[in-house]
Design a protein around this ligand. Structure first.
Ligand SMILES: [Zn+2]
Length: 136
């Protein structure tokens, strides 16, 4: 078991799900639900390491893709650094500069960055994260 990667395990379970899915009925096989839960558990235990390929950023172990949001202003020099680093690695992201959105999402300073459901709140953490992303 230990020599199999998370990625292989997930691929295997996804293949099993595909076999179990019956297009002629909308009834969900309980085994499918179980397999989907297994995949979710594998992903939540994964120590995600992200890589950029084909315009998407995803974990190289479990395949989880993430959305990246950079909270910034036009004039902040640290925001410029974050943006430059993201662009240099071709990491896809969206920029957010709307104060109302900041307030709604609890953003109290910039730059900050959302990596899926995880928030990075300093340029130091943002830089560290970007540096660790692999480019394929
Ligand atoms: Zn992962």
């Amino acid at each position: 078991m230990t020599d199999r990667t998370t990625f292989e395990l997930i691929k295997e379970k996804e293949a099993q799900i595909e076999e179990l899915l019956d297009p002629s009925t909308f009834t969900l096989n309980p085994k499918v639900v179980e397999l989907q839960q297994d995949i979710e558990n594998l992903r939540s235990e994964c120590s995600h390491e992200y890589a950029v390929a084909d315009g998407a950023c995803s974990c190289k172990h479990c395949g989880k893709t993430i959305e990246i949001v950079l909270y910034k202003s036009l004039t902040c020099p640290q925001c410029k650094i974050a943006k430059m680093k993201l662009d240099k690695k071709n990491i896809p992201y969206t920029e957010e500069m709307n104060m109302e959105v900041f307030e709604a999402r609890g953003i109290k300073g910039i730059p900050q960055m959302d990596i899926g459901d995880k928030r990075l709140t300093s340029i130091r953490d943002i830089s560290k994260w970007i540096d660790a992303v692999e480019v394929k």
